[in-house]
Design a binder for this molecule. Structure first.
Ligand code: UDX
Length: 462
């Protein structure tokens, strides 16, 4: 008898548990914007089993994507794109590209907004692309939608978007807004999408938030953490996260400057600090200052939001400034090293390795500085040359690091590409005219540089 009661309880509880466990449901999603965020999100969601249409107003970009040509260099992305497109008609995966924004808004249940929010001249986020997208959405909502904000937007934007749609005559019962910020790093975005640290979801309507959470079920079942909160907390989590990461970098760069003055070794200092679990050892690599599409604009935007809320935020308002000052310190050091030298080799143009993105790269400040002084510049980067050519057509771009180094009086390492780390210093010494290196990424061991008779400057690494 006891045995039967036990079995019945087991059966009932497993049935109850089965009812509680969300099951994966393939959703029809339109991702607006095929920039870095939209593309990785769209391709990633297709990869985990959703029916995705990525839309953009840029017809050339869409035509290229239809031919599997990805507009950015992002390791592993093409490998996800091709099978997702191929299996379009298979029931498991689908991914298509389109310019018909109006039609796709009508045809899909979930609309991801992933358009750009660049830094405006005043330093806050420029939300014109968001406004234009909301206009499109307002014109095309006829059935119930979830509008999911993936773009990085200042706190309050989702609530404002809701009011904007209502003002444009959209019935509030026809839509829910959900915030779902992205935390992808360029160069490792695919890995971050599939195995990232967390998924943050902000919502007013819990069931809409749950539905967005369930999109990521394959990742959550694999161990990815998630947090469901309100719209504002979700929006702010993104800025606060980028703010603290940028602060860590700005801080270690200031410590590195001090190391240069007091004969300390920043690498050891960072290692020692990182041994404390409360501090952690990540994002403590000194360099030429943070760049990229997020940290500079998001720290400025966070500063603007603080100001807007009448807060005199001492830390936030100095993150960007500290970074700019650090870049100037390195430029000053390069200018000192430049004395009586004419030919400069720049190794690395991108803001970090494994990307072709040059936004806010130190290389831009460096080239501007060198051009003002009429120096001869030869530059090499494995991926970023085409982008930099558009900004500075008058630089000599080389197809190999050796070519760039040949006859150089000064070599400046800007980006930590693997192929620079393995540079043979003996060959390097033979190729260049004057043995002088400014290593802004500390990729070379000082003893090695000394052994090959280089004069050098690095970032706080004796
Ligand atoms: C960043 C955030 O990390 C990511 O979560 C967010 O979604 C987008 O912004 P990303 O800009 O791609 O990602 O690159 P990241 O690896 O964070 O580096 C940003 C800048 O900081 C680069 O210029 C990098 O070289 C610099 N950096 C990073 C350092 O100088 N030292 C470090 O220890 C880490």
């Amino acid at each position: 008898m006891r045995y039967y009661i036990f079995c019945a309880t087991l059966l009932l509880s497993s049935k109850f548990l089965a009812q509680q466990q969300p099951v994966f449901k393939k959703e029809k999603i339109c991702v607006i914007g095929t920039g870095y965020v939209g593309l990785v999100t769209g391709i990633g969601l297709a990869h985990i089993g959703h029916d995705i249409t990525c839309v953009d107003i840029d017809a050339k970009k869409i035509a290229n994507l239809k031919n599997n040509i990805i507009p950015i260099y992002e390791p592993g992305l093409k490998e996800l794109l091709i099978p997702a497109v191929k299996k379009r008609d298979n029931s498991k995966q689908s991914l298509r590209f389109n310019t018909s924004i109006d039609h796709e808004i009508q045809a899909n249940d979930i609309i991801y907004i992933a358009v750009g929010t660049p830094m405006s001249d005043e330093g806050h986020a420029d939300l014109r692309a968001i406004e234009a997208t909301l206009n499109n959405i307002a014109k095309n909502i006829t059935t119930k939608k979830i509008i999911c904000m993936k773009s990085t937007v200042p706190v309050g934007t989702c609530a404002h978007a809701k009011q904007t749609l209502i003002k444009k005559g959209v019935n509030p019962l026809l839509f829910d807004i959900v915030s779902n910020p992205e935390f992808l790093k360029e160069g490792t975005a695919v890995e971050d999408f599939l195995h990232g640290d967390r998924i943050i979801i902000g919502c007013e309507n819990k069931s809409a938030g749950e539905r967005i959470k369930n999109l990521y079920l394959p990742l959550i079942n694999n161990g990815m953490k998630y947090l469901i909160t309100n719209l504002e907390s979700s929006e702010l989590t993104k800025y606060a996260s980028n703010g603290i990461l940028a602060t860590k970098i700005a801080f270690i760069n200031e410590i590195a400057q001090l190391c240069n003055k007091v004969h300390a070794n920043v690498q050891d200092v960072a290692t020692g600090m990182g041994m404390d679990k409360r501090i952690g050892n990540k994002f403590l690599n000194p360099g030429p200052g943070f760049g990229g599409s997020c940290f500079p604009k998001d720290t400025k935007a966070l500063e603007a939001t603080m100001k807007k809320n009448n807060l005199d935020a001492h830390i936030v308002r100095t993150i960007f400034k500290s970074n700019e000052q650090h870049k100037q310190v390195i430029l000053d050091r390069i200018n000192t090293a430049l004395e009586n030298k004419e030919n400069v080799a720049i190794l690395g143009l991108t803001f970090k390795a494994n990307t072709d993105d040059i936004r806010y790269s130190f290389a831009i400040d460096l080239i501007e500085n060198l051009q003002k002084k009429n120096k001869n510049i030869k530059a090499y980067d494995p991926q970023g040359t085409d982008n930099m050519k558009q900004l500075f057509p008058n630089v000599t771009y080389c197809t190999s690091k050796e070519d760039a180094i040949k006859n150089a009086d000064l070599i400046v390492i800007v980006t930590e590409w693997d192929e620079f780390k393995t540079l043979d210093l003996k060959t390097c010494a033979e190729l260049c005219r004057t043995k002088c290196i400014v290593d802004t990424r500390n990729i070379f061991k000082p003893q090695e540089l000394k052994r090959h008779n280089f004069t050098y400057f690095n970032i706080g690494n004796m």
